[in-house]
Design a binder for this molecule. Structure first.
Ligand SMILES: [Zn+2]
Ligand SMILES: [Zn+2]
Length: 335
């Protein structure tokens, strides 16, 4: 007898400009290579807002959003190896890569020409169940088995890939936008002996206090200059005007790393700001190797996520509060 029903509740994106609709839809069946996962929790990410608001275009429609999924495998399709029913898994943003384009062949599957993205071009985790390509699921460390682990699957992973782009010798790290990603990353950075400078929207003293409580060396708003030069800045806030602002604070050889998938336009700036081998770069998606490295690292670093839980049917509330900057840490849907 099957342990799961024929239908499930899901929050479905049907049309831009409309809220998500609570629907009863069939529980998907795993194809060859896929697993069916009963969802424990799914994080709400800023990228979800970019999809709903059309800044990321051409989503699959209708779409079940959500790409920070923690769940338990309940059924496996044909030809699944390494994952079995009962396993705890995390499902991230990158849901498929082709393995044969020039990016995949050169260790850069995050740039794959034929990539598929969870909760964007394929259905995601704002539901009770989902299917996923088993090769792109991560086994989670056992102390990250609950709904608190959901933000690790994007905020954590993309944050970690962004952080990995800083020079290893970088000590003074600026984090712009102190949300889910920064609150995870600061714990990794401090554990590795870095000094973290946290930048928030003007007036957001709550996030500044939050950053200081996690060990930030300095916290202030983006109009302020910290007491020391930065070796790297990681931008999670989607505001392009932060790029020249961060460059102004950058020491020689430092890098400004844009961790978001969408950003407003970057204003022009004097070449002087870039001179001295300063760099600006973006970070796109993630590779499975990033995921394995990150979860391996977490075995030795006691990272805690700060989460606010919402019922699945309250996804629109969670999204609206995230848009207004009212979520400290990460919003997580629990079906
Ligand atoms: Zn490819
Ligand atoms: Zn995300």
């Amino acid at each position: 007898m099957k342990e799961f029903p024929a239908t499930m509740r899901a929050m479905v994106f049907e049309k831009q400009g409309e809220p998500l609709h609570l629907k009863s839809v069939p529980v998907p069946k795993p194809s060859a290579g896929q697993v069916l996962v009963k969802i424990i929790a799914c994080g709400v990410c800023r990228t979800d807002l970019h999809i709903l608001e059309g800044e990321l275009d051409k989503p699959k429609l209708p779409l079940i959003p959500g790409h920070e999924i923690v769940g338990t495998v309940v059924e496996t399709g044909k030809n699944v190896t390494g994952i079995k029913a009962g396993d705890l898994v995390g499902i991230p943003w990158v849901g498929y890569t082709c393995g044969h384009c020039k990016y995949c062949k050169s260790g850069r599957e995050n740039l794959c020409e034929n990539g598929e993205f969870t909760g964007y071009t394929i259905n995601g985790g704002y539901a009770e169940y989902t299917v996923a390509d088993s090769r792109f699921c991560f086994h989670l460390p056992h102390d990250h088995s609950g709904p608190d682990a959901a933000p690790l699957l994007c905020a954590g992973l993309i944050g970690y890939r962004s952080y990995s782009m800083a020079e290893p010798a970088a000590v003074n790290i600026g984090l712009y936008g102190f949300g889910a990603a920064a609150s995870i990353l600061i714990q990794v950075a401090i554990h590795q002996g870095k000094k973290v400078f946290a930048f928030t929207r003007p007036g957001d003293t709550a996030s500044q206090q939050f950053a200081l409580s996690l060990g930030a060396f300095w916290a202030g708003d983006t109009s302020l200059a910290p007491p020391e030069k930065l070796d790297a800045a990681i931008l999670f806030a989607p505001a392009g005007d932060l790029v020249p602002k961060a460059l102004e604070l950058m020491d020689k050889g430092g890098s400004v790393i844009c961790g978001g998938i969408h950003m407003s336009d970057i204003p022009s700036f004097k070449y002087d700001l870039l001179w001295g081998e300063r760099t600006i770069r973006s970070v796109a998606n993630l590779t499975r190797a990033d995921g394995h490295a990150f979860f391996e690292l977490l075995k030795n670093i006691p990272v805690k996520t700060k989460t606010e839980f919402f019922k699945l049917e309250d996804a629109n509330v969670a999204l609206s509060r995230l848009r207004k900057g009212e979520i400290q840490g990460a919003a997580v849907l629990v079906p």
